[in-house]
Design a protein around this ligand. Structure first.
Ligand code: GTR
Length: 442
């Protein structure tokens, strides 16, 4: 029998938060025999039935798929803002005990210091002679969370309260320094010769259903990827195919690359993008749209990320649309109870990164994210990679725990829970070391 207290607590919470209550009522399947068997759409067949037989034809199919994901899942994002400007706000050549140079850069999205700004934290490994590759990722709890370094500027942006992490009254406090350092082994990354770049995802948009009203979605019109001028009128409502929060966070990552392209200390053709969980979904969507990301890494991204939507295991489309309606566009809600009608599935999102290397990482206990569904999705993206003459995912079967595969599509199943651990970074650094040197210049 279940203990009564958690059930009562969930009930009380459900009364307070109607969407949480509605979400709790949605059945969740963990039975492999009941995952369903709807056929997956074929990434190598156009909507009109024409097969894709060459990398050249894939370029066309790629546009079609991007359009489908924009229309039905993540929404249409704008392009680079016309007035985007950069301002270095601090530099310390002797950070982390001399290991790195710390730089903080404001990305002024409307060109103005008092408009929306992304605060980029960048560490450059000291002693590197030329442009270095970069490990980039959005963080959940503010830049100071990634390392106890006392020199990182405390953010003033809204954050969800998390007392144990030092976030109180929706603000980061001194106590938040290093609160997620275990997920970002910054020193290890730097010692391996990579720069490290991060941004607080809430700089783009606070993560709640009304977040868009104060985030970038209220400022920039969704124009389908064209360069945009600042919106003249405040945006008061979003059309059903406009970008969702994942789109907004992904767009911010592209703005970081806009900056990195201007910084000669790094090699902006070698940006490795990593994202965990909802930010893993974000990394996949960013890498799909913007080919400047050299390598994309999705960690425990699950539903709406690497995991197949048609497989009903763990979190499903209906549940994610109910708990997190703001992450996706309006049209995606239509598929909550009819996933088979979705014209795409998540293996095609992975395939949109082809032929660039991509890594899907799962965790054994993270059933909610459907680890097997993440593997099958990576595997189903493989034919697109093979069209380019690469090995795709060189694993015919789901690998056992701690049997990493570092083919052009990389994969591992780590022991343990939904998290980012040193084991994951060891794999990703080895994967990046292996694949970056071989990558052609654009
Ligand atoms: C969960 C959500 C997942 C995943 C996770 C996270 O609540 O259901 O899709 O994104 O949050 O981002 O930590």
């Amino acid at each position: 029998m279940k203990p009564l207290f958690p059930a009562l607590f969930a009930l009380a919470l459900g009364c307070l938060l109607p969407s949480a209550h509605a979400a709790e009522a949605i059945p969740i399947n963990y039975d492999e025999a009941k995952v369903g068997n709807d056929p997956l759409p074929d990434p190598l067949t156009f909507a009109n039935g024409r097969p894709v037989k060459s990398p050249r034809a894939w370029r066309e199919r790629r546009q079609e798929l991007l359009e489908l994901f924009q229309t039905h899942v993540y929404g249409r994002s704008p392009g680079r803002p016309r007035d985007l400007a950069f301002a270095v706000t601090s530099t310390d050549p002797n950070a982390l005990g001399g290991l790195a140079t710390r730089k903080e850069v404001d990305l002024r999205l409307t060109g103005k210091a008092n408009g929306p700004v992304i605060h980029l934290l960048l560490y450059l490994p000291n002693g590197a002679t030329s442009g270095v590759p970069v490990m980039l990722g959005l963080n959940f709890e503010g830049n100071p969370c990634v390392n106890p370094d006392p020199g990182i500027t405390l953010p003033t942006a809204w954050m969800r309260d998390h007392k144990e992490a030092g976030i109180v009254n929706n603000r980061a406090t001194e106590a938040s320094r290093g609160c997620q350092a275990s997920r970002w082994n910054v020193e290890k990354i730097l010692r391996r010769g990579y720069a490290f770049a991060t941004v607080y995802y809430g700089d783009l948009e606070p993560d709640h259903p009304d977040g868009w009203k104060s985030g970038v979605r209220s400022v920039f019109p969704a124009t389908g990827g064209r360069t945009v001028a600042k919106s003249r009128e405040p945006i008061t409502a979003l059309p059903d195919d406009a970008w969702g929060a994942i789109g907004a966070w992904a767009w911010g990552l592209s703005r970081v690359v806009d900056y990195l392209e201007t910084d000669h200390a790094v090699d902006a053709r070698k940006v490795v993008l990593m994202g965990h969980s909802r930010l893993g979904k974000t990394a996949l969507w960013a890498g799909a749209q913007d080919e400047r990301f050299a390598i994309v890494i999705s960690n425990n991204s699950g539903e709406g990320g690497a995991a197949l939507a048609r497989r009903d295991f763990g979190e499903n489309v209906r549940r994610i649309n109910t708990s997190f309606p703001h992450w996706f566009n309006g049209h995606f809600k239509r598929y909550s109870t009819n996933v088979a009608a979705l014209p795409v599935d998540q293996h095609e999102l992975i395939a949109l990164t082809a032929p660039r290397p991509i890594y899907v990482a799962s965790a054994e206990q993270d059933k909610w994210a459907d680890p097997r569904g993440e593997f099958l999705s990576a595997q189903a993206a493989s034919p697109v990679y093979r069209l380019f003459g690469t090995d795709g995912l060189a694993a015919p079967e789901w690998p056992a725990v701690h049997q990493p595969v570092h083919s052009t599509i990389g994969y591992h199943l780590r022991a343990g829970a939904h998290d980012v651990l040193d084991y994951d970074w060891d794999q990703w650094l080895a994967f990046a070391d292996k694949h970056l040197p071989a990558m052609k210049r654009r």
